[in-house]
Design a protein around this ligand. Structure first.
Ligand SMILES: NC(=O)c1ccc[n+]([C@@H]2O[C@H](COP(=O)([O-])OP(=O)(O)OC[C@H]3O[C@@H](n4cnc5c(N)ncnc54)[C@H](O)[C@@H]3O)[C@@H](O)[C@H]2O)c1
Length: 257
């Protein structure tokens, strides 16, 4: 296994919490210099403190992924601090639940801004750096809901489906530059985002038990299990994997009944 990321620079969006946080800590542990980007300044600084306490190298960047100027600046700050940008992880997303006919235009715009424009801006400013380097890895965190339906998460699922489609097109367009592009499709992961989902249900504990029963492995994922998958895809061990969407869902999407 060559799962080391020694000497690599990784920019991870939404890295102040959940999957992004676990990924930032894992990448730093494996030797990467990690840019911890989040809209929440305090949480990204906490993650960088934790990275440094463990002997790693990190930089906290406060930015809204849906803001083009902020994302352009974040990439520029990464280069001026570390000289390269080898791995981008588009992880930041928001989830707004509810039936589509009750969705407001403002909610629609918010979810599109973070989950889709954020991925667009991350890629737009990172790819030219990687093209010059003739190497790089772009990873995005999609979801099983990019491929299957949930009654209360139609717009969220649509953004995740878009991320899968974009992954395939970018892999085709930028492969000739030595850039690999992949995404992961987690099922439920034990993060604040999922807690929000359970809290939204009339009986959160029963909802949790019901969800666990759907999984062949009879549990949901821990954030670190998605982080290790991203770590694999970022590493040389995945040197011929590009244009893939990889399920990290304990077999959930494999089952019909
Ligand atoms: N948790 C799950 O069950 C699950 C399942 C499938 C996919 N995902 C995906 O995994 C990714 C991470 O989810 P999570 O559960 O760790 O979420 P989370 O809510 O724990 O963390 C998301 C982070 O993104 C940050 N963020 C939100 N809006 C932002 C913005 N505009 N700019 C920059 N940062 C912003 C938040 O501050 C937060 O730190 C998301 O793409 C989500 O859609 C999660």
């Amino acid at each position: 296994m060559n799962n080391g990321l020694v000497g690599k620079t990784a920019l991870i969006t939404g890295a102040g919490s959940g999957i992004g946080r676990a990924t930032a800590l894992l990448f730093a542990e494996r030797g990467a210099r990690v840019v911890v980007l989040d809209v929440n300044r305090e949480s990204s600084e906490d993650v960088v403190d934790e990275i440094r306490q463990k002997g790693g190298t990190g930089l906290a960047v406060t930015a809204d992924v849906g803001n083009e100027a902020a994302m352009k600046q974040a990439v520029a700050d990464t280069i001026s601090s570390f000289g390269t940008l080898d791995v981008l992880v588009n992880n930041a997303a928001v989830q707004i639940m509810g039936p589509l006919h009750e969705f407001t235009e403002a909610q629609f715009d918010q979810i599109i801004s973070v989950n889709m424009k954020g991925v667009f801006f991350g890629c737009k400013y990172t790819l030219p750096v990687m093209m010059k380097q003739k190497a790089g890895v772009v990873l995005s965190v999609s979801s099983v809901l990019g491929l299957v339906g949930d009654p209360d998460l139609g717009i969220y699922g649509a953004t995740k489906g878009a991320v899968i489609a974009l992954t395939k097109s970018l892999a085709v367009a930028y492969g000739p530059y030595g850039i690999r592009v992949n995404c992961v499709c987690p099922g439920d992961v034990n993060t604040p985002l999922v807690k929000q989902f359970f809290d939204f249900q009339p009986d959160p504990e029963e909802a949790k038990a019901q969800v666990y029963r759907h999984y062949p492995l009879r549990r949901i994922a821990e954030p670190k299990e998605v982080a290790t998958t991203l770590g694999f895809l970022a590493s040389e061990d995945a040197s011929f994997i590009s244009g893939s969407h990889l399920f990290v869902d304990g077999g959930l999407s494999a089952e019909v009944y």
